[in-house]
Design a protein around this ligand. Structure first.
Ligand SMILES: Nc1ncnc2c1ncn2[C@@H]1O[C@H](COP(=O)(O)OP(=O)(O)OP(=O)(O)O)[C@@H](O)[C@H]1O
Ligand SMILES: Nc1ncnc2c1ncn2[C@@H]1O[C@H](COP(=O)(O)OP(=O)(O)OP(=O)(O)O)[C@@H](O)[C@H]1O
Ligand SMILES: [Mg+2]
Ligand SMILES: [Mg+2]
Lengths: 252, 252
């Protein structure tokens, strides 16, 4: 059976792509077949895995009804494949508005590969528009990265409202897989305060593993590599490895 | 005469809101009348200036055709007023799609207050959708914050393409006001590398003032205050003050 997980938070720059890329990578190195879908017109997940976006992308599947297998590309990691995206996807939000069943198109696409992968990870853009709604409708659960900053707390109620709307109208099975604290810096009061507020709000949905601020995570994308291939001994790499073993504990 | 400046970059979390709020604040303390418009459904600029969003917001002006003066609120800083936003705005992208002249609605709204303010600063969401197109169509120029991270470079060509399209089809006067380096950390190679690449790419459009990473800028929003009111002696405050004097040099 395949589990589809969206990585989502409409607040920008909180570590969605970094988490999607590195969670998918660490899942795949345990020889678990994983597909990552880049639903962000910026195409950062594609860049972060060193994959070009000149061939078919998620846009061609959503709008031009192409066969999913023609858009799936290999990555440098065995067992990890990707459906990339590029800037064409920016136009998809408007093109989707007038289509029938516009919220469930991605779910229909993914049906074609259920069983081929154990996990499908979807990297979402920083918005709550139709691309994100498609990802939520297609998902079993959601991982919400929260940066240790005040603005990151501000938008949580909007996010939870949107999730509730999707659960009510489009996907009643959707659950929260977990809340991930990112860019944590134990020396800063702000980090400690946000961590406390998030734990108070979400309780044991918050992963015990915190992702620390670590420049290696910022350097890795410029080499088109997930952290395991760029610097496996870094704090960032250890954090994401611990996170994935925590995720697997809840899922196996 | 009023100058309207959009603060824009579709990459998330690069310091758009922090820059819009603090540029507007430092402009206003020179007793220059400034209006800030929060075009982001997250409403971070409204939060950062301690303004509630229960009254009329930019959504009511864009979609419900209300009078602009009914949505303008005062802030803690004399000479600085705001049109706030809230999560209702998230629905506006879809609602705008079917409206006539959907790209120029904000420009028509702003016409009503030209002359009342010397500067209008627009905080944009992390996307290139209709809300952002409205902001670009209504603007004289754009400030582009760029975080010292690799992904921040990745999206620049998309951003410049969008700007060119707006210049060609909707607003031929639109210019780049300046490129602002944010969250700079001189100890990190990554910061130095990104700075060099940005200077190579944009030349003297890059502000000499760099905004350093400074935790006080992250703490200020939780008190609903711009940095000048939260901690005027901090590096963050000095950086934004220097930036505004640089902006004024080019404009007066
Ligand atoms: N733990 C970390 N330590 C240091 N840098 C990080 C960390 N996580 C992410 N980054 C860097 O911070 C920036 C923002 O992260 P990322 O792009 O993954 O966020 P995002 O939520 O996907 O952004 P967007 O909203 O634009 O999609 C990136 O440049 C990334 O390299
Ligand atoms: N120079 C800085 N030093 C430290 N923290 C900063 C700095 N500039 C911004 N921040 C913090 O980084 C986070 C991202 O900044 P901000 O929210 O202003 O970016 P944005 O581009 O407006 O994000 P979005 O794409 O979600 O609109 C915020 O929590 C902010 O407080
Ligand atoms: Mg991303
Ligand atoms: Mg913002």
């Amino acid at each position: 059976k395949t589990k589809t997980i969206s990585v989502l938070n409409q607040k920008g720059g909180v570590g969605k792509t970094t988490s999607a890329v590195n969670i998918a990578s660490f899942l795949a190195i345990t020889e678990t077949p994983v597909l990552i879908i880049d639903m962000d017109p910026q195409g950062n997940a594609s860049t972060g895995l060193g994959v070009g976006n000149q061939k078919l992308t998620i846009y061609d599947l959503l709008i031009n009804n192409k066969n999913i297998n023609s858009a799936i590309q290999k990555t440098e990691i065995d067992f990890l494949e990707i459906i990339p995206s590029n800037s064409q996807l920016a136009g998809a939000e408007i093109e989707l508005v007038s289509m029938f069943t516009r919220e469930t198109i991605l779910r229909q696409i993914i049906q074609n590969v259920v069983g081929k992968y154990k996990y499908i990870i979807i990297d979402c853009p920083p918005s709550l528009g139709l691309l994100t709604i498609n990802a939520l409708t297609a998902s079993d659960s959601i991982i919400i990265p929260i940066q240790c900053e005040y603005y990151a707390l501000d938008g949580l109620s909007q996010l939870l409202n949107t999730i509730r709307l999707v659960q009510k109208n489009l996907n009643s099975n959707l659950t929260i897989e977990g809340i991930l604290i990112t860019m944590f810096d134990s020396r800063l009061n702000l980090s400690q305060q946000v961590l406390k507020e998030v734990k108070d709000y979400f309780g044991d949905k918050v992963y015990k593993t915190l992702i620390n601020r670590n420049v290696k995570l910022g350097e890795a994308p410029s080499h088109g590599k997930p952290i395991i291939l760029y610097d496996a001994s870094s704090t960032g790499s250890q954090n994401y490895m611990n996170l994935v073993s925590e995720i697997l504990q809840y899922n196996d």
